[in-house]
Design a protein around this ligand. Sequence first.
Ligand SMILES: Nc1ncnc2c1ncn2[C@@H]1O[C@H](COP(=O)(O)OP(=O)(O)O)[C@@H](O)[C@H]1O
Ligand SMILES: [Mg+2]
Length: 367
Amino acid sequence: MAEIEINHLNKFFGRSQVIRDMSLTIESRSFTVIVGPSGCGKSTLLRMVAGLEKIDSGQIKIAGNVVNNLPPKDRGIAMVFQSYALYPHMTVFNNMAFGLKLEKKTKSEIKTRVNDVARILQIEDLLNRKPKQLSGGQRQRVAIGRAITRNPKVFLFDEPLSNLDAALRVATRIEIAKLHDSIPDATMVYVTHDQVEAMTLATKIVVLSEGQIEQIGSPLELYERPNNLFVAKFIGSPAMNIIPVSISKTGKDSEAKVTEEIRLALNYNIQNKDMNKKFNLGVRPENLVLAKKPDNSIRAKISLVESLGEYALVYAQIVGGHLSQNILVKIPGNPLIEKGQEVFFQLEKGKEHLFTEEGTRYISANK
Ligand SMILES: Nc1ncnc2c1ncn2[C@@H]1O[C@H](COP(=O)(O)OP(=O)(O)O)[C@@H](O)[C@H]1O
Ligand SMILES: [Mg+2]
């Protein structure tokens, strides 16, 4: 059981604060993915958990023990980096055995352990090779193997797939997911800037921005109920459309005004005090559908259709209003529409997201 508890953690580099009063509990045996744009502090956070970076203030506990002053080797963790950091002059076997030798395990124990792990990762044939004789994907598997052999309670992964090409990334991602199944007692913390990796691997996702937590939840919770515009735009691909609107009807039959001509019924119970206020209407590309009638729909002019066979991505511009507002719509199959045409799109009922002008989710009274 290795829960990680982070309490009021702060970290500065010079004057710039990289981690801001962060508190977070990572449940034992979870696969927690920390996701956020480049530079938001993901690696710094992971390195503090590993003991590779000094903490300015706050506390980190692993399995109930405060580890602030413990050296990395005593924390019961193993870390896998983006750069594989293998020893170039050692064979795969010796790379994987290195940590066990330091722990003074016997030769036969080491041999059994390395062979067991090599079997899990399907690298048994590579044990006598040197790292330079391996492909990128194989090197990454060896790096993961080296982490597993020491049987850590906690695995820390820092963007382990970003040096791999697209096909290998997907294959290795699936292997990492299986790895979690095959060592279910381990707690895995995985850092990435790639929301697809986060959505596919995580039991729980922590979204970071500028050293702060924006939201924590399961992949579907974040997708279906983003707390704010940052999460709304970050999770989901292609990204959610954000359309500035004002409220033109309150109560249970509320309505948003996009332009003078375009009014959309909302599935929110909106308070009277919010009449005429500005809001941001969020709609995912897959939640807009082609409609025949102009009422309760967005009139838009098609600017580009990308047909991918299974679905089409339709880029369009809302007609009317003084600002040019682009939208992206994902339509299943092969829609018979083309560039230059004007069409109507309706919101799938109940699938819209309403955010205040400041960007927080609007909490509807019961509807
Ligand atoms: N050793 C360092 N010295 C100074 N600034 C650093 C150092 N490491 C990281 N930073 C800065 O801290 C911020 C967060 O970095 P990092 O944790 O690497 O982000 P991420 O992993 O999310 O891309 C960035 O602005 C980065 O430039
Ligand atoms: Mg990083």
